[in-house]
Design a protein around this ligand. Sequence first.
Ligand SMILES: Cc1cc2nc3c(=O)[nH]c(=O)nc-3n(C[C@H](O)[C@H](O)[C@H](O)COP(=O)(O)OP(=O)(O)OC[C@H]3O[C@@H](n4cnc5c(N)ncnc54)[C@H](O)[C@@H]3O)c2cc1C
Length: 356
Amino acid sequence: MEKILVVGYGIAGLCIARQLEKRQVDYHVIDNGFKNASSKVAAGMWNPIGFKRLTKSWKVDELLPYAQSFYSEFDEALSEKITYRHDLIRFFSSIEEENTWHEKLDDPRFKTYISSEKNAHIENLKPHLNPPYNYGKVHHAGRVDIPNLLSLSKDRLIEKGSISQGLFNYSDLICQDGFWLYGGNQYTGVIFCEGHQVLKNPYFKYLPIRPNKGEVFVLRIPGLDLNCVINRGFFILPLGNDLFKIGATFNSRDHSYEPTQSGLNWLKQKMESLVNLPYELVAHQSGIRPTTPDRKPMAGRHSEHLNLFLFNGLGAKGIYLAPKLSEYLIRYIFDKEVLPSEIDISRYEKWDSPNL
Ligand SMILES: Cc1cc2nc3c(=O)[nH]c(=O)nc-3n(C[C@H](O)[C@H](O)[C@H](O)COP(=O)(O)OP(=O)(O)OC[C@H]3O[C@@H](n4cnc5c(N)ncnc54)[C@H](O)[C@@H]3O)c2cc1C
């Protein structure tokens, strides 16, 4: 009988575990609860639009509906509200951006995702916002309460005895007669989902995962009445009870784990450029994103150890990517379906990075 070991329980490990459950494949998870894991601090938002060049997010028409229904299943299964749908308001950073936005309104590929409709909350807030005021609306955005999802689903795994909390020790993994032995148990395969910590994994550390530190802040802002997310090169996400998550910084050079003073300065500058209401800092967190040179996730099989697999490289957009891509990997493993070449780790087999 199949039994899979899943190493890491961030959003990647959670999605893999759920896919295994759907197929009724037995599994066990090991996770060391690293406090700066990306999933622990993620804002959990999905957004179908990339604002840098005003493009649709990669494969969004396929991946987003799947992700939305995937996460909604947890609302029911965990008897808790995990997913939230809301609009996202993009304040334009320039006249050029505003013009491009208006051009895209006529493009059928963007029709379901963007509009120039007004948002009543934003209109009422104008006395508390600094110009420029012009904005567009992104539809079909939303968020998943990731900390809650991870913690509640982990409790379920604890109840079932399906998770060990602690560090996975690579040297204790032994291959014998086509199986993997770990902690006295036998597994038919191991799926590694360690985020940026894969760089310590002797089997997969050759892959060019690039840690990228992100800082987020929770602020109390009395008087900021929002029913949507605001984006103006940074985001303001309403959490309820006057609390807002603000973020996020991107830093690929700082390899420390702790929040920084420069992160705080960034926050102050961003907030004061947009909102003229007093705020109080409630929390300041940092996490490490597992990014890749080509900005595409990584999934696949080790080239020599055929029952070792990896799911990683979710970068800054793991929330909408992980559900469907985890399904691709599980179908690859169990149904021998071909992985999309953009995510297959075989693209890095002969890769030689000058920065590694
Ligand atoms: C500030 C910030 C904001 C973000 N906001 C968003 C957002 O709004 N929307 C979005 O889509 N994405 C967002 N992201 C990105 C998102 O967080 C990542 O894409 C995603 O969480 C990566 O998940 P992961 O499971 O691959 O890695 P991780 O979250 O790092 O999880 C890896 C897990 O593996 C465990 N682990 C690792 N090694 C071992 C070992 N040897 N033994 C045992 N356990 C181990 C760790 O403890 C951890 O629990 C954000 C990231 C940051 C930093």
